[in-house]
Design a protein around this ligand. Structure first.
Ligand SMILES: *Cc1c(COP(=O)(O)O)cnc(C)c1O
Length: 379
């Protein structure tokens, strides 16, 4: 064995011993939250396709037509020849929907945060991050080489204290947070964060990856709280049923991002079919308001059936602490026909099952899931 393989092998063995090794399972997702694994059928309760649009006929048709007409790949970065006209259409409609002047689409949500943060803060500056924010917010903060202060989750007093103590030592400051926390499903207290940012001349960045389509009449957490958020980040990969990410902001902020964000400049544009799918999904989301009500209603039906607190979003965590127990619970549910992946450290501090509910689930499927959970707890 080479020293490289020996290193990898030892590292894997140590992760395995703590139930922290991760493995890929081939999964064929189908319409209405169906999934196939090794030929067996399941109902999936752990995805982020909250409005069940990845198999919606309008979305699939738009994507297929774009591939037929425009080819499979963008072929170059957007600043070269990869800037397909569908991107301008998507950016205009996203900006209008999120209530911003302009929008820039990136290769993914992860790449958006990696690119945006270093455009606005650098080595002399300050970034204050909610500790439970998504990995790409932490990564973008580190990449900016700013002073990064992580404050305890949703702790507005800790944020205030941090700004009071450190803000004056730095020319510029970004406060960054998820809008909906991806593993817990709670909302960031944006009403209070926005006020603090204003008082301290800090720029608020909110990543609404899990909010679009389900919070604030689908428009996200800024709309829900009725506050201005100057840097609204999101993804095309969840409710918008495609792949990609975006920033919604003022025209001049977006102009600077298009000129300076390295993950925008040095990465290939999205395939036209991915852009067409996101655009079609955004239109369905806008045109079918009843679809937006369904995920939270189903999540609430589930929490009431199993005795968990009412959820704020379609994400319901069931914290089990021990990664081995979380894996066992996940396996038991899989045995009953439900896919609910165990989420373990370092993704989250405490292992859990993360249930998510989507427009395509039926009431009966949710009831059956709740029974399976209660049976596992009782066993
Ligand atoms: C999923 C997620 C991302 C990553 O988006 P991708 O488009 O999948 O790269 C970024 N931020 C948050 C909060 C997320 O939940």
């Amino acid at each position: 064995m080479s020293s490289l393989d020996r290193f990898a092998d030892a590292k894997l063995a140590s992760l395995e011993a703590r139930s922290l090794r991760r493995e890929l399972v081939s999964t064929h997702r189908m319409a209405e939250a169906g999934a196939l694994r090794a030929g067996a059928g399941f109902v999936e309760f752990c995805g982020n396709d909250y409005l069940s649009l990845t198999h919606h006929p309008r979305v699939v048709a738009a994507s297929a037509a774009a591939a037929e007409r425009y080819g499979t790949g963008a072929g170059a970065s957007r600043l070269v020849t990869g800037n397909h006209p569908l991107l301008a259409e998507l950016e205009a409609e996203l900006a209008a929907f999120r209530g911003s002047e302009d929008c820039v689409v990136f290769g993914s949500g992860y790449l958006t945060n990696l690119g945006v943060l270093p455009c606005f803060v650098g080595p002399d500056d300050l970034v204050v991050v909610d500790a439970w924010s998504h990995a790409c917010i932490h990564a973008g903060s580190s990449l900016s080489r700013s002073r990064v202060v992580r404050v305890p989750h949703a702790d507005v007093d800790a944020l205030a204290e941090t700004l009071e103590r450190h803000r004056a030592d730095h020319p510029r400051c970004v406060v960054a947070t998820d809008g909906v926390f991806s593993m817990d499903g709670d909302l960031a207290p944006l009403d209070r964060l926005a006020g603090l940012c204003e008082a301290h001349d800090a720029w608020l960045l909110v990543d609404d990856a899990h909010a679009l389509g389900v919070v604030g009449e689908g428009r996200g957490t800024a709309a829900h709280f009725g506050v201005e958020v100057p840097l609204q980040v999101g993804t095309l990969s969840k409710t918008l049923a495609s792949y990609g990410g975006y920033l919604c902001a003022s025209r001049t902020v977006c102009d600077l991002v298009r000129t300076r964000a390295r993950s925008f400049i040095y990465s290939t544009g999205l395939p036209p079919s991915a852009v067409a799918a996101a655009l079609a999904a955004l239109r369905v989301l806008r045109d079918e308001p009843a679809r937006r009500e369904r995920p939270l209603a189903l999540a609430t039906r589930f929490t009431r059936a199993v005795g968990l607190p009412d959820p704020q979003t379609p994400i319901v965590p069931w914290v089990l602490d021990d990664p081995g127990v979380a894996l066992a619970a996940s396996a038991a549910l899989e045995h009953r026909g439900f896919l609910v992946t165990a989420i373990r450290p370092p993704t989250v501090p405490t292992a859990r099952l993360r249930f998510t509910f989507a427009a395509g689930h039926t009431d009966a499927q949710v009831e059956a899931l709740a029974s399976a959970v209660l049976d596992w707890e009782g066993a």
